[in-house]
Design a protein around this ligand. Structure first.
Ligand SMILES: Nc1ncnc2c1ncn2[C@@H]1O[C@H](COP(=O)(O)OP(=O)(O)OP(=O)(O)O)[C@@H](O)[C@H]1O
Length: 697
């Protein structure tokens, strides 16, 4: 950025010197703006990367256009080019844009957009791009993103240039019509129009391709990045426990898409609207139509421009007043839609349980309730949109005739030609469309802001789960040196802060197997969760032997989508174990009858019986051979005999592993060396206490 800011400063200084000598106010203005631009360009490394892209583009354009304007001023502009000389207003305008970007970066919502959008453009990931005619080549994803984005910015500005050129075609064509000059008319139509319209079409096609490419890559990057952060360190579980954000799935799937599309759909059109505004404003400013304050001879410079400007500015302000409540309504709508989807997904997941309980009427009522919430908010949205549309539609209609109403008296008086009137009508339309960009896209702005809000709260929740009050560090981990696993000086609490387990020290692993028993709700599973490092509420230390591999089998194991083999290998990949090892493990947990269906894809979580699912989970442990195996009522669905056999298998197959079980059955006592009981305290908490082992009755 530094070399660029020096270049800008040099150009500004040159403009000031030449401007001063030639007494050219335009050049002096360009120089002053340039100096300011040099300062903000110098400071722009402090901006989010995404905004820096814009500010660099403007700084480069300032230098290029500024150089051209300077040449023109010095009379060195080559006439052979047959291109009109660059006016000083062009570099001045892009300079103002550059300064504006810096200024708006302090607006909180813009800073937030910059922060959310930047990681894609900074990504170091290597990817393959297919660029015709070069073919596929490797490039950093961030670089590809920046290249495409800059290309699209420049293309958009070029398109503004083409529209500007076509507005002159309009003027010349109407003048030819008015003068009944057939040759000039056909020349304009065939040569001027066809050429520029052709360029316009081709640039539009290129834009569509570049646009879709950047959008899908950007979205892919964001969705994967959010998924990774959500999944790492059991963040998804902790966020759900803390209840800090609703529907994270919607945020990853829908809001990233909405953010990427809308950021693009606002940034570029906004840029081209502002460029349009500036370039067509110049046309309006120079229209030879005078208006004096009544009773005086004081003329208003740029009268038509001011009319267009005030007309659109007042309308934009009114739109904002009418449309503001849409932002919250859109936010609420998305939330209610996501709640409805979530309820449907849960119904599918618990389909069997619901069918067995004949819970369909209750489910139907619940779903109807959720949909009623959608409809309720939807009507509020429609009502608000109706109010907004009443205004915008009327406004758009009035805008069609507005310029003619203003200009007709001048045309009839012969002050302006038909061509000029038509050109001004077109320019008026462009200027007011550019200014009413906000008016016409207020609903999408509301949706955009809602998506930004949801992504920001999601990021905050992820951050808290990883570094804040509900992070892994809440119940700190340490390395145990004696080979045992211990929990020391700990208080485990509920999400609302109520303590449920207190203990000074609990050592596990001195005995090969330990059974944890106690009343229901006394915090046994919570203690397991704390040992696994996923319970964020409370205080204390959990000591784990270095490099110890821990596996925890819950009462209801999770079976992923896909083949039975994938379910057995989970959490490893499907191909992690060879066929023989898998079949042997299945036989040991009495699942041999399923050995032929290993590669069948099914909803295994709904297909297998509860006992089969629990044995499948034990087979995972046999395959993975952990150092520590925690079973949280992991065999509760088996009959006592089978449970005994499974424990004997674990004993035999994992001779090195330490086993810790939670279970209520008396027969389990015989299968463990020591017993730890959750003893009640006076304050309603429980403390795990080692107890004498008495044989089962
Ligand atoms: N996410 C949660 N939010 C609020 N309360 C919770 C949460 N998880 C557990 N609890 C509460 O914490 C207490 C201990 O639960 P835990 O599952 O640890 O008990 P447990 O001893 O394993 O019970 P059981 O023998 O019935 O399985 C219970 O009162 C339970 O309702």
């Amino acid at each position: 950025m530094r070399p660029l800011s020096i270049l800008v400063a040099l150009m500004a200084a040159a403009a000031l010197v030449v401007g001063q000598q030639a007494d050219a106010g335009g050049l002096v203005g360009m120089g002053v703006i340039g100096l300011l631009l040099a300062v903000v360009t110098f400071r722009s490394p402090g901006l989010p990367f995404f905004l820096r892209i814009f500010s660099s583009v403007f700084a480069i354009e300032y230098v290029l256009f500024g150089g051209a304007a300077l040449l023109a001023q010095l009379g060195w502009w080559p006439p052979e080019l047959r291109i009109p000389a660059v006016p000083t207003s062009l570099p001045t305008t892009v300079g103002v844009f550059g300064i504006l970007i810096y200024a708006i970066s302090f607006v909180p919502v813009i800073a937030r957009i910059g922060r959310l959008a930047s990681p894609f453009f900074e990504s170091d990931e290597i990817t393959t791009a297919n660029l015709w005619p070069i073919g596929p080549y490797k490039i950093r994803l961030g670089r590809l993103g920046v290249a495409l984005f800059v290309f699209l910015i420049v293309l958009n500005q070029a398109q503004v240039g083409i529209t500007l050129r076509l507005s002159f075609f309009n003027r010349d064509m109407y003048d030819a019509l008015q003068n009944k000059d057939a040759a000039a008319f056909w020349y304009q139509l065939f040569w001027v129009f066809c050429l520029w319209a052709g360029i316009w079409v081709v640039s539009g096609l290129i834009e569509v391709f570049a646009n879709y490419t950047i959008l899908i890559r950007w979205r892919q990057f964001m969705a994967l990045e959010y998924t990774e952060r959500w999944l790492s360190h059991a963040t998804h579980y902790r966020i759900a426990l803390a209840g800090s954000v609703d529907n994270p799935d919607q945020r990853i799937a829908e809001d990233t898409r909405s953010f990427v599309n809308q950021t693009y759909n606002f940034a570029l059109p906004l840029l081209s609207q502002v460029s349009t505004l500036v370039s067509f404003s110049i046309i309006l400013w120079n229209i030879p139509v005078a208006f004096s304050f009544p009773g005086t001879s004081l003329a208003i410079p740029g009268y038509i421009f001011w009319v267009a400007f005030l007309y659109a500015a007042v309308a934009t302000w009114l739109t904002h007043l009418i449309g503001r409540p849409l932002i919250n309504l859109e936010f609420e709508q998305e939330k209610r839609e996501a709640n409805f989807r979530f309820s449907l997904a849960r119904l599918r997941e618990y389909s069997e349980q619901i069918a067995l309980m004949v819970g369909e009427p209750t489910e139907r009522a619940h779903l109807a309730e959720r949909f009623r919430a959608i409809v309720e908010n939807f009507y509020r949205l429609v009502w608000r949109r109706l109010k907004l549309n009443t205004f915008t539609l009327s406004y758009n209609q009035i805008s069609v005739v507005m310029p003619y109403m203003i200009l007709a008296p001048y045309y009839f008086a012969g002050t302006i030609t038909l061509g000029i009137m038509m050109q001004v009508a077109g320019a008026f339309d462009r200027v007011q469309t550019a200014l009413s960009f906000i008016i016409n896209s207020y609903s999408s702005i509301a949706q955009y802001l809602a998506a930004i809000g949801r992504l920001t709260t999601f990021e905050k929740a992820v951050d808290e789960a990883q570094h804040g009050p509900i992070s892994e560090d809440a119940l700190g981990r340490e390395t145990s040196r004696d080979g045992n696993l211990h929990v020391g000086k700990a208080v485990l609490a509920l999400p609302n802060g109520r303590p449920i387990v207190r203990l000074d020290r609990l050592d596990l692993g001195q005995a090969r197997s330990t059974l944890l028993i106690g009343p229901s709700g006394s915090g046994k599973s919570t203690l397991f969760r704390a040992i696994a490092g996923i319970w964020p509420f409370g205080d204390g230390k959990v000591g784990i032997p270095a490099d110890a591999r821990i596996m925890l089998l819950p009462q209801r194991p999770y079976l992923p989508q896909g083949t039975l083999r994938a379910a057995l290998a989970y959490p490893e990949r499907e191909s992690a174990y060879d066929d023989d090892a898998i079949r042997a493990a299945m036989a040991k947990v009495r699942l041999g009858h399923l050995a032929d269906r290993l590669d069948e894809i099914d909803l295994w979580g709904q297909r297998l019986s509860g006992g089969e699912q629990q044995r499948l989970a034990v087979a995972r442990a046999l395959l993975s051979k952990p150092d520590w195996l925690f079973l949280d009522e992991a065999t509760a669905s088996l009959d006592e005999k089978l449970e005994g056999e499974i424990y004997a298998t674990i004993d035999q197959e994992l001779p090195e592993a330490r086993i810790v079980s939670i279970g209520h059955r008396a027969t389990l006592r015989d299968m463990h060396e020591t017993i730890v009981t959750m003893e009640p305290n006076e304050d309603g908490t429980y403390t795990p206490t080692r107890t004498e082992k008495t044989p089962a009755a």
